[in-house]
Structure formats: C-alpha cells, structure tokens
Design a protein around this ligand. Sequence first.
Ligand code: SF4
Ligand code: SF4
Length: 451
Amino acid sequence: MFRSFLGGIHPHDGKELAKDKPIEVMPAPAEVVVPMSQHIGAPCAPCVKVGDLVKRGELIGTSPAFMHADIHAPVSGKVIRIEERPHSGRISCQAVVIENDGEDSWADGLPLARDWQAMTNEEILTAIQSAGIVGMGGATFPAHIKLKPAKPVDILILNGAECEPYLTADYRLMLEMPAKIVEGAQILARVLGVKRSVIGIEDNKPEAAAAMKKACEGTEIEVAALKTKYPQGAEKMLIKVIADREVPMGGLPMDVGAVVQNVGTVAAIDDAVVRGLPLTERIMTVSGDAVAEPKNLCVRIGTKYSDAIAFCGGFKEEPDKLLAGGPMMGMAQFTEEVPVMKGSSGILALTRKLTEHGPEMNCIRCGRCVKACPMGLVPSMLSILSQRQDFTACRDSYGLMNCVECGCCTYICPAKRNIVQYIRNAKGFVRAEMAKAKAKAEQAKKEGAKA
Ligand code: SF4
Ligand code: SF4
C-alpha cells in the first residue's frame, strides 16, 4: 500500500476525449521548425546553414555548454531558413526551418541495432547523450546528465502517473508499447546501479497498469498503483509516496537517493540505445473541447501546432485558449505557429465554456489554497507579497523557491486569484537577482586574481 501526500486536488480530468484513441503516426509535415532551445540549459547553436541538405537524425544544433542536449533533423530535406520563430516556452527562439523532401532518409549509419547488454555503461550514456534525450514529461532536463548523479542513488522511479488533465499520451504509450518501457528501465537500472525500480501509475489507469505488470513479469521492476490525485506526477510527490522520502527545499531527487524519469523518456532512451535513434519524434495528445477529433499522435519534432491540429480535423469551435501541455501546468500560446518540441506532452485547445471565470478579487483568507498546496506553502501570502513586490519576504519567509508551480492553489481559489502567475513573477525576480549576484561575485573573483 502506497502512502499519499498532503494537499492536492481532484480536477475534472477530461481524459475521456482521447484516452481510447490509439497512437496515430502523423505524416511528417512539408516544413518543420526546429527550435534551438528545447531543454533546460544553454541553447544550441545551429551547425548547419541555409541551403544545406540534411538527413533525418543528422546533428543540426549543439553547444559547448555542459548543460545542453543536441538537436537533430526530424526529417530529411533542405534548410531553408534559420531565424527567430515562436516558441512555446518563451516568446521566440532561433530555429532551423527544414523543407521536407518527403524521402525520410536517415543519416548515414542510422538506425543502428545494438545489444545493450553488451555495451558498457559509458557507451550507453554516450548513446543517450548523442541522441539528445531530455525529460519528455515537460521538464526537459538533459537525460545523460540526470543519469550521472553526483550522489549515490538506490531507487529508479518511472513516472507513469500522467496526472495532468486531458493528457493521455503516456497512458497510450504504456498500453501499446510496455516492452519498450521495461527494456528502457532495465538499461537505466544498470547504468545507475540500482536494485529497485518502480513504475508509478495512478489508479485511474487500470488498463495501463495491467499492461505494464504483464510486461514486467520476470523482471525486478515493480508496478505501483497510486491514488489518483493531482499533482501525483510531480517528482517530489512520487518520491514521497513510493520511497517515503522528502526532497529537501531547493534539493534534487538524488539528495534522497532517487532518480525519476518519465515513461516517455524511458522509451526514447530505449530507442536511442537499442536502435541508435536520435530524438526526432514524440508521442503527444492533441485534445480539448475545441478540437474536432482529439488524438494521441506520434509527431515529428518541429511540427507546427497548426499542422497537428489540422491533422485532428481542425477546430470544431473557436478556442478561447491554446495551451502547450495540460490545463494545470501548461503555457498559454499566442499563436498556432509554435512548433512541437521534445518536451511537448500535449496541445490543448479549450473553448470559452471551459476557460471562463469571473474577475480576480482580493483574498478572502479562506485557507483553501493552503489546504491544497502539496508543498505545504501558504500560497495566499505568496501571491499577496508578490503583488506588493516584496519578493525577499516571499523567498525568505514563505519558501517561494519550493513551489512546484502545480497550480492547485489557483484552481481551488474562490476569489479567482491567479496565484501561480504571482508566484512565477516573484520567482523570476529572485532568479534574476541571484544571477546578478553570481555574476558580480565572479567578476570580483577575477579582479581579485588579477590584483
Ligand atoms: S504554491 Fe506552488 S506548490 Fe503550492 S499549490 Fe500553489 S503552485 Fe502548487
Ligand atoms: S484560496 Fe484564494 S481566497 Fe482563499 S486564502 Fe487562498 S488566495 Fe485567499
């Protein structure tokens, strides 16, 4: 029996729209737009130029920075532009635009079948790094870095919770390709040297849990049915309920001996190691009450939202809100021209019926947000202090940086306060101040060394 965590909410999950739709392979579009920033860390710089002919899987973006993930051509064709394009996580970003030649020819030597059991851990990590794998649940942390923890770990947790409403891509992946996830998990367990691997699945997905249990037979991997409660899929919550360990404030899973990987990431790692495939496509959900035919798609990275939505029959009603990801943690988009990236778990288009809510009011001190916060914070105070621009108090007295931006507080607030937005503003300010202080300290150190 697995424990639960404090707080959390039970929003309408909207998963009925797409959960029974098998993964459909969307044909590669005529043009892909590949952003050079698809991961946490330094953006890549293009290593191709306009006019170059590229093959699928060919390296098109890289960086000398430690924290980055390489980027590969999702189609074969011609580089027709390198320019700023809309980006789902920021306003815009440099992107390589490739005109698809329709040949879908792989770069030399790809795919590359390999026996992972005969590979060394170093070879496996190199294969993962070369494939440009990042956390595909949306975190986009480069996988090869996460798999070299600086502290000893003893448990691998596979995140199959998919607690975000409307999204069903991980559910379909577990149902349709469980063997790939199991093999990927075995590879990771060996690289990390852990004896215990657990895949956590919310108990509202019994079919996926059954498929994974069957695929795990004869292996060391456990399948854990977790209580359905948002945000069950947040790393800290998973570690708490599965391993009964609490990640300290500002800490990482490795601080408590754990590594967490999303099931989509694990499947991509299996493709990278066993088939030598760079990350050029992903499974995602296109859903919402504005979409004519919600689907789970296997799409090429760089596919524009407009193309993916058209493949799902377009809009049946005018959407009021277009989101990258789900309704709780997703980012609102101002254009359908944003492209699918490695961390794009879903596209959600909602009509006004679902997005309409009254005007924001002052906090009435009802305490609901405090009860709902899974991190034990006081969201009402964070929002009020952020509004007053007292960011220092947010950080020093109210644990600002411990907020996982799950959105439970905003969802539950009867005063319709956009608490997460206030918190994001405060965090942005604090991060900028920290970066300034670091730069100042480095400068002083350099000057000290010269003197
Ligand atoms: S304060 Fe942060 S962690 Fe707590 S409910 Fe709000 S968004 Fe989630
Ligand atoms: S839920 Fe909203 S109104 Fe209630 S205490 Fe929190 S911020 Fe204030």
